[in-house]
Design a protein around this ligand. Structure first.
Ligand code: IMP
Ligand code: MG
Length: 170
């Protein structure tokens, strides 16, 4: 499928460095659990976590919204939940891209039910055009108005995840 480069790998890494610095400063003196939402987040998560300058723990959630292709159905299934006990802990949910907001909203709800001390959100990309459920993104890498993005972990039917840059499909 035709694609056009949107964000080059070096620009991604520079922004990830800034985010890690900001998050490390905000959580100074605490030990947050960074929770990555699999699979799309893998490269962003690794790059972010390695740049954190404070102690932190990591865990993962795998949530699948039904169906493949370019739209999210809103029905979210938890295939894998967190394993570290999160009660009383400071949680930072790390997501690749927020589109309708439906997936993240359900993940945040499920974590808040576990009585975490705090729950914040970090997303590499905030794609605003199709937002249906308002979500507060505390740390945002890039804002994008529209388009279907691939690369740096983002897929279209499981393809393109391995590309180092982020592209928009044409
Ligand atoms: P939401 O529930 O509509 O916010 O979508 C959540 C999930 O859909 C994201 O975590 C991605 O896995 C996927 N998604 C949404 N937009 C894109 C895109 O432009 N490229 C690749 N995946 C996307
Ligand atoms: Mg995802």
């Amino acid at each position: 499928m035709a694609r056009e480069i949107l964000i080059a790998h070096q620009d991604i890494l520079q922004r990830v460095e800034e985010l890690a610095r900001e998050i490390s400063a905000d959580y100074a003196g605490r030990e947050p659990i960074l929770i990555g939402i699999l699979n799309g987040v893998v490269f962003f998560f690794a790059d972010l976590v390695m740049r954190m300058t404070i102690p932190c723990k990591i865990d993962f959630i795998r949530a699948a919204s039904y169906g493949s292709g370019k739209t999210s159905s809103g029905a979210v299934k938890f295939i894998k939940d967190v394993e570290i006990p999160v009660e009383g802990q400071d949680l930072l949910i790390v997501e690749d891209i927020v589109d309708t907001g439906l997936t993240l909203d359900q993940i945040v709800r499920s974590l808040r039910e576990k009585d975490a001390a705090s729950t914040r959100i970090c997303a590499l990309i905030d794609k605003k055009e199709r937002r249906e459920q308002a979500v507060t993104i505390d740390y945002c890498g890039f804002e994008v108005e529209q388009g279907f993005l691939v690369g740096y972990g983002l897929d279209y039917d499981e393809q393109y995840r391995n590309l180092p840059d982020i592209y928009v499909l044409k």
